[in-house]
Design a protein around this ligand. Structure first.
Ligand SMILES: [Fe+2]
Length: 262
């Protein structure tokens, strides 16, 4: 398995401690709404950058892959402590139920940030999961999303969707890596359509930017069964589809002895 950008576990942990210290600093800044300072202005500009890219996707012909590259670049640029403070990480974390299978999510707002559009053109969402739990393997239609890991370490796997056979997708593996705080991934119909993330070694959290109905109304999510995938020619896999119940049962909690909570 390739480790993302050669960062060691120790570096992830050290980064986490620095983040905690910095979060306290930024939280005092944002919670007290002292947002006239340069950090707050820069943060507001950053959110508007996300919003502009999402608007361009729907209105100005930004391609799906261009959107992915643009959003991932923005997500990997933000100071994590600043982001966690601005979305009020502590409050979001308290909203989560941490189910035994899969993940819980919360709607993100930016309570201390002024200068944002009344209605953003994307859904900002917060995901949290206990160690060993997963964002189960699934593909998408007519939506895009990007995911910044803001806490913990995750085993990330992605696949391009090549064909739909009804009961299965033909996919090509594209990413298999460990990723940690500050690293982003994304999906679209054109690139890395299927994703699967498992939390390793502790709770893990992502901040997501989601746009649905990219090309007309509606969107869809299909759950998949990578462990039953059948290799076919050219490195492709025939990956069966699953109901959400089946997928949660099989993939919502890691069954490979790597869950330290049991
Ligand atoms: Fe997804």
């Amino acid at each position: 398995m390739r480790r993302a950008r050669g960062r060691s576990r120790r570096e992830f942990l050290a980064g986490g401690l620095q983040t905690l210290v910095s979060v306290a600093l930024f939280q005092s800044l944002f919670v007290r709404r002292l947002i006239a300072g340069p950090a707050a202005v820069a943060f507001s500009t950053w959110v508007r950058g996300l919003d502009d890219a999402c608007l361009d996707l729907k209105r100005s012909g930004l391609s799906l892959v261009q959107w992915q590259e643009s959003i991932q670049s923005l997500l990997e640029r933000i100071e994590l402590a600043e982001l966690l403070a601005a979305i009020d990480f502590d409050a979001l974390e308290k909203q989560l139920d941490y189910p035994d299978l899969g993940v819980d999510t919360a709607r993100v707002r930016f309570p201390g940030v002024e200068g944002l559009p009344e209605k953003l053109s994307f859904y900002p969402k917060f995901f949290g999961m206990k160690a060993g739990r997963a964002i189960i393997p699934h593909g998408h239609r007519n939506m895009v999303s990007a995911h910044l890991i803001v806490g913990g370490e995750m085993h990330l796997r992605q696949y391009d969707r090549r064909e739909d056979e009804g009961g299965a997708l033909i996919v090509e593996p594209t990413i298999d890596t460990l990723a940690g705080p500050g690293e982003a991934s994304s999906i679209s119909d054109d690139r890395n359509n299927v994703h699967w993330l498992i939390a390793r070694g502790g709770p893990a959290y992502t901040f997501d930017v989601i746009v649905t109905g990219v090309d007309g109304p509606g969107y869809d999510i299909e759950n998949l069964d990578p462990e039953s995938a059948e290799p076919i020619q050219g490195g492709l896999l025939r990956m069966p589809k699953l109901s959400v119940e089946e997928a949660l049962e099989r993939y919502g909690k890691d069954h490979h002895g790597q869950d330290p909570e049991g």
